[in-house]
Design a protein around this ligand. Sequence first.
Ligand code: CP
Length: 312
Amino acid sequence: MNLDSNFLNINDLSNDEIKLMILLAHEFRKGKQINFKRPLYVANLFFENSTRTHTSFEMAQRKLRMQTFNINPQTSSMQKGESLSDTIKTLQAIGMNCLVIRHKTTGWYQELTKDPNINVSLVNAGDGSGQHPSQSLLDLVTIDDEFHKFTGLHIGIIGDLAHSRVARSDAEILQRLGANIYFAGPKEWYPKYFDKFGTYVTIDEIIEKLDVVMVLRVQLERLNQELVSSFTAPDYFKKYGLTTKRASRMKSNAIIMHPAPVNRDVEIASKLVESSKSRIFQQMHNGVYARMAILTTVLDKYLGDNNDENFN
Ligand code: CP
């Protein structure tokens, strides 16, 4: 493969490049082994909290036999005022080949990719309310597992659309791959931006038609104080949540997805999280293999000679 050496926004990739990455993730899950010409050093910098993304990137690095460094922003020299740009250049100078970064600033990478002095591979592990490209890849792998296609699927993205980088990443790529996208949730949390990618509906009018019910977390930490004080979980659950009653109206082969962490009984009934329709923990499992595919792709110039032809 010949992708750019960064992975920042899944929507920058062509459909063919994305399909190859999905295939590669499936192959890693089946046990594919690859080797690199030299040791590779990867640092994880998480400026926002994470369990799944951070741990599965680290698991992916270990499965690929990369040398992993976890940089804690709280104990780094950024606390003395060092910029993100200088931190990246420092880690590059020390010998890192790739940096996996989650940051609260939407588009944190945009200026950095124009800097000719930065040549380490950058991987976006989530930028503010912008993009979450590794989540999108694992979501694509999970949907592909189930339906072996994207064209013609009916996919509902339901919940806190105002703050969801998962919704932004997923809606665009799923529409481009041929799925029909529907959005539901509080109208006041629905940015018109999403009109380009699908149709705003209510959960009750669409639930029977959907193949994938993708529920989003209510991100109270990103709501302003006025909205937090007027928010009540029972009201939200009743009006917008995936209740067991609503789930009982889903098609027999439809699945439930959620990027997690889950607010049980806020956006989804607790018992649905482990139900037969749920693929929530499978998404997390697939995240390891999707991230192996991402790291392999951005560092493919270091692949050894005796890997299969897809990599050479
Ligand atoms: N889905 C997701 O990004 O989870 P974490 O915040 O735990 O990484």
